[in-house]
Design a protein around this ligand. Sequence first.
Ligand code: MCA
Length: 481
Amino acid sequence: MTLPGLFDLSFQTRSDKPALEWDGRTYTFGEVDERAARMATLLLSKGLAKGDRVAVFLANSIAYIDLFLACTRLGVIFVPVNVLYRDREIRHIVSDAEPKALITSADLSPHAPDNAAVWLVEELLQKAAACEPKPVSDVIDGDAPAAIVYTSGTTGTSKGAVLTHNNFIANAVNVVTCWAFSSDDRLLLTLPLFHVHGLGNGLHAWLVSGCLMRLTERFAHEQAARWMEEFQPTVFFGVPTMYVRMLDWPRETAARIGARMRLFVSGSAPLPAQVLEDFRVLYDHTILERYGMSETLMNISNPYTGERRAGSVGFPFPGVSVRILDPDGNDVAEGDVGEIYMKGPNLFAGYWRRPEATAEAHRDGWFRTGDIATRSADGYYTLQGRRSDLIISGGFNIYPREIEEFLAEQPGVVEVAVASAPDPRRGEVPIAFVVGDCDTAALEAACRAHLASFKIPRAFVRIDKLPRTALGKVQKHLLKQ
Ligand code: MCA
């Protein structure tokens, strides 16, 4: 099967049912289908064909959905680009994925790099409205790539994880069945569609279950309480930062929202046990925490029925095999710490045009997650940390190496190390330690101009030299102190 075939289950049988609330209007599944069909006709007429890539640098909107669905129908590989990225970050994705076009909006287009052929979404929408909604489905192979999702690499530049139609299908079917979605659900989706959390879980669970989804441009914490009161969602997907924000809402508001909700799910960053507990008191719900990665989509999840254990991510999803190995590749004993490896229909097809990186990320056919974990006697997995120095801020991944390489290029900087500092709301934030005769205000301004806002170090600390081991490795734990 392919994604268009899977989504047709809703488009064909629920065409008159309300599907989507966007920007004050409600669209039926039939209307969503028709919009996608018109967009597919337009993209085809613009010369896009199976296997071509299209990069999409847009905030959440109905146009995002039109474009994603049109691409899946044409076999065009969808390359989502984080809306907070700037020239340098987008330039890399464009040169690596070689998309036929970078689709963006007039307000974001100043950030488009000059190596991209820019198509403005406003023009596409206008032209698509005048196109015939001819049904097309050009993919018959479920192993065909559906998307390339860029994940920040430990080498500083990001790699494209190739996700197939079958990967997304395995994920969507698991999300819908394991979390008991039905067509009566009401999903409030505030997550960005450029990450697999919003795309693979939010968008796909909506289309597969046939529920009603309200999409917003982003999670604006000042407005989110009102949206929940108005829309009365039964399901909400969030990152821990959103749940931390929700702890500030008035007790009565929280009680009303909680009373109508069926399920709160958290992922993309560790959910502190205290937040889980405080949330339970206010909303009378135990948030369901799960684990996922761009390369694996959702892989381990707390159960829908049964104990949702604080600090744990639960059990492997159906079809997902999980092992915890020591550095020599031996399975560790129960309760012992090791690195998580996985196998299953959810696993990506490899890094785009990077066979060595793909090989390095696997061991005997098992994907190496880079995350450290334990498994309890009753089968619950608990993440204990990471092999790399990845920082997760507000659910966005930051690889210190990328910021370090950028800062090292700036005038006066001799050496630099970026480490994480705890943050009550975002979980973690980056801090830069700089050696050299440089102006920290200028460094911050340079970051602001060239990097996504969540990557800008919250502080620039000038030091005389970086603490290093005898082998020359920077000791980031000493910097953190
Ligand atoms: C944040 N900002 C945004 C967005 N999110 N701008 C546009 N669109 C967004 N979606 C910017 C704001 O403009 C602001 O920039 C800064 O981020 C902080 O905004 P604020 O309102 O103070 O936000 P917050 O309360 O701290 O909440 C941030 C957030 C955001 C809404 C939680 O971090 C977010 O949407 N996170 C979701 C990330 C995500 O989906 N991750 C999944 C990837 P400035 O500072 O310049 O004013 S991981 C994944 O997919 C894996 C597989 C998984 O397991 O899920």
